[in-house]
Ligand binder design. Structure first.
Ligand code: GRG
Length: 363
């Protein structure tokens, strides 16, 4: 049914018309970043080497396939804010975070029964679920080993962050096919599953570089905000980008019952697009409802995340990063403010542009 509002159908807003989504992170344009990324690449490959050639191949599969390496990039950028060169330990700290990210992708692809990632076959599709789970565990073990070599604070922080990833994923799981999912649940989930690892990467960069605590805390807040925005953009792209642009199937989240911010905002609208979407979602899709999903997505694009709520409910990256319950660091970590609050120190002027400038606005 075509809505009377004149909202475009899929033929009006084809996937081809969507602009290429993946912009270059400003972090990658920092002066020394080309050389630093080579160091990161070498350290990534070195970290997963084992005498077992079978495990070697499986554990390095997604590393070879590519990836942006944003977590180590953030650690290095955090270490360099006063102009010094990042040490090898900083690079290794960032690599530990990237290995956690990678291990979580191995497990996530098993849970989702995913076939493609980074434009190649997933580990589970190529070798099987058991191999993917074990290789994911191996990546986590290597990450832990590196973190332990950097001291108890880094080791404790990384261990706690793995817990946050699981908590974020569990929050998402708890609300599968829940069309009345609150935005607070979405924000809690993306903080755990994505933003916390970015915050930890930036924090480890600051700790290992020996920066003062207020600077380390500011870097953590920056990393959390960066990761929050990153995930919101990722969730929008899941609806607006093509399979080729993503390197994995688009629209996957909605089909799997994971209702993210653009979907929740659309459902909250008093509009034909909202009514149509609500009719489609709420349970696993049969073939007929699945076929109607893309045209509905075109209308989500057309709605441009506008909601009927007043502008005061807008989520800025900073607000989004400060909305979650404060995670508690492990006991042996020095206490630190995990979110910006009036009591937290103001972030210092960073010597580079601060992350993607994205605000999700209503109204
Ligand atoms: C075993 C650590 C562990 C966790 C278990 C499965 C799970 C709990 C968590 C998965 C969390 C998850 C898949 C979050 C999504 C993170 C995300 C935004 C991935 C895409 O990151 P990019 O764009 O990917 O940085 P590349 O390919 O560039 O590395």
């Amino acid at each position: 049914m075509r809505p009377s509002s004149g909202a475009p159908s899929l033929s009006d807003v084809s996937q081809e018309e969507v602009p290429a989504p993946i912009g270059m992170s400003p972090l990658l344009t920092l002066p020394s970043m080309d050389a630093d990324r080579e160091r990161i690449e070498d350290a990534m490959h070195a970290a997963v080497v084992t005498p077992d050639s079978y495990l070697n191949e499986i554990a390095s599969h997604l590393i070879v396939a590519g990836g942006k390496r944003l977590r180590p990039v953030l650690a290095v950028a955090g270490a360099q804010i006063f102009g010094s060169v990042a040490s090898n330990d900083v690079v290794r700290g960032g690599v530990a975070c990237e290995l956690v990210h990678l291990g979580s992708l191995y497990h996530d692809d098993v849970m989702d029964e995913a076939d493609t990632r980074r434009g190649v076959e997933t580990v589970n599709a190529k070798w099987g679920n058991l191999q993917a789970i074990l290789a994911g565990d191996f990546l986590l073990s290597r990450a832990s080993e590196i973190a332990a070599s950097l001291g108890t604070e880094v080791a404790g922080l990384l261990a706690r962050t793995i817990g946050w990833l699981v908590e974020g994923e569990m929050e998402q799981l708890r609300h599968t096919y829940d069309t009345s999912r609150a935005e607070s649940s979405y924000l809690r989930s993306i903080h755990g599953k994505t933003a916390s690892l970015y915050g930890t990467a930036a924090r480890i960069g600051g700790i290992v570089a020996g920066h003062d605590r207020p600077v380390v805390d500011a870097l953590t807040a920056y990393g959390n905000a960066y990761g929050t925005v990153f995930q919101i953009v990722d969730d929008i792209l899941d609806i607006t980008a093509t399979d080729a642009q993503l390197g994995k199937p688009a629209g996957h989240d909605m089909v799997e019952g994971v209702y993210t911010l653009p979907v929740l905002r659309t459902l909250a609208l008093d509009s034909p697009a909202s009514a149509e979407l609500a009719d489609l979602l709420g349970s696993p899709l049969d073939a007929e409802r699945r076929a109607r999903l893309w045209p509905s997505c075109a209308r989500i694009q057309a709605s441009r995340l506008r909601s009927t709520r007043p502008a005061s409910t807008s989520i800025s990256p900073r607000r989004a990063a400060t909305t979650f319950p404060t995670p508690t660091p492990p006991r042996h970590c020095a206490p630190h403010p995990w979110r910006c609050s009036r009591r937290s120190p103001s972030p210092p002027e960073l010597s580079h542009r601060a992350g993607p400038d994205v605000t999700v606005r209503s109204g």
